[in-house]
Design a protein around this ligand. Structure first.
Ligand code: GAR
Length: 187
C-alpha cells in the first residue's frame, strides 16, 4: 500500500499529532506523517516530531512570506494530504485552492454548533446536553466544510471546561484516525 505523504499542522500540545504518528506506524494505515508545521515555536507538540524523527518547520504567520514558505515546504516533502490538529490560524485561500479536498480539520464541538474558539465555555453557558468532536474537510469558511465523522458524549451536571476537554479529546483520538481511514477507503 502506498501511504499518502501527510503534513500535520499544530499550534500547541500536539496530542492528536502524537496519536496520528502512532496510528501511521501501522502498515495498513493510509497516511505517513512526513512533515509537521507549527506556527508556534513554543508548541510542546514539536517534541513529538523530534521524538519520532518527523521533519518539522516553524513558520511566523506575522511575516508576509510565510505562506510561500508553507507551500515550498509542502512541495519539498511531496505532501498530498494535510491534517489540521489544533492549528489555531486560518489557512489561506491560496493553500486551500492548491489542496482542495485534501485538507481536514478536527474541531472540539458538534459542528455546526460552536464554530471558532472557546467552545467549552460557550457550551456550558448554553446548557448543552451533548458535547463531542467533528472531523471535516476544510473550505474557505471557518469550521464549515463537509463533515467526515462526528462523535458525541452526554454532558453530566458538574462537568466543567477541563472535564469537557478531556472527554472531547478522548473521542478525538478515535475520530481523527477513523476519518482518515474512511476518506481513503471511499476513493
Ligand atoms: C484539539 O482538541 C482540537 O479539537 C482543537 O485543539 C485541540 C488541540 O489539541 N482544535 C481547535 O480548537 C481548532 N479550532 P492537541 O494539540 O493536544 O492535539
Amino acid at each position: 500500500m502506498v501511504k499518502r505523504k501527510t503534513c500535520v499542522f499544530i499550534s500547541g500540545k500536539g496530542s492528536n499529532l502524537k496519536n496520528l504518528i502512532s496510528y501511521s506506524r501501522d502498515s495498513s494505515f493510509p497516511i505517513k506523517i512526513s512533515l509537521v508545521i507549527s506556527n508556534n515555536r513554543n508548541a510542546s507538540g514539536i517534541n513529538f516530531a523530534k521524538k519520532y524523527k518527523v521533519p518539522y518547520i516553524l513558520i511566523n504567520t506575522k511575516i508576509k512570506s510565510h505562506e510561500n514558505k508553507i507551500l515550498m515546504s509542502l512541495k519539498k516533502y511531496k505532501i498530498s494530504f494535510i491534517c489540521l490538529a489544533g492549528y489555531m490560524k486560518i489557512i489561506s485561500k491560496n493553500l486551500i485552492r492548491y489542496y482542495e479536498g485534501k485538507i481536514i480539520n478536527i474541531h472540539p464541538s458538534l459542528l455546526p454548533k460552536f464554530k471558532g474558539l472557546n467552545t467549552f465555555s460557550r457550551m456550558l453557558e448554553k446548557n448543552e446536553t451533548k458535547g463531542g468532536c467533528t472531523v471535516h474537510f476544510v473550505n474557505d469558511k471557518l469550521d464549515s466544510g463537509i463533515k467526515i465523522i462526528q462523535k458525541f458524549f452526554f454532558i453530566k451536571s458538574g462537568d466543567n471546561e477541563i472535564i469537557l476537554k478531556k472527554k472531547t479529546q478522548n473521542l478525538e483520538y478515535r475520530a481523527f484516525p477513523e476519518a482518515i481511514i474512511k476518506i481513503f477507503r471511499d476513493i
